[in-house]
Write a protein that binds this ligand. Sequence first.
Ligand SMILES: [Zn+2]
Length: 139
Amino acid sequence: MNMEKKVYTHEEEMAICEAYRDKNNTVLDIIDKFGLSDHKHLRNILDKYDVPPRNAYAPRKKRTSLQTVQRKCPKCGKVIEQSGARFCWYCGADVRSKKMVAVEGLERCVIKNLELVTPAVRDEMAEAVRLAIRILKEE
Ligand SMILES: [Zn+2]
């Protein structure tokens, strides 16, 4: 059987690159959707348009502590110097991580209001929430 690779128009190749850039599409989805021969065929087209491999966008760094992570403002792109900063010094954008928001929410809503719950559940609740906070802060 002749396994000749399908030839794509420029527009089709651009659509393939676009589909690849959208991380909601899995590589297999893209191969299937556009009738590509295999991963290598897809890679050839991506290379033609200088589309980097997906993992090149977000290199996995081994993090040792929160201080070593250089954060950037999602709005203006400036580096956040202070590790615990909540807002961008330059543009005022909220730069808290999702974890930080979660920790603050737990501290604000649960820890501060523990006296409102019955003593029977208070200790258990406090323990569960403190454990969650500790884990969130560790990661
Ligand atoms: Zn900013």
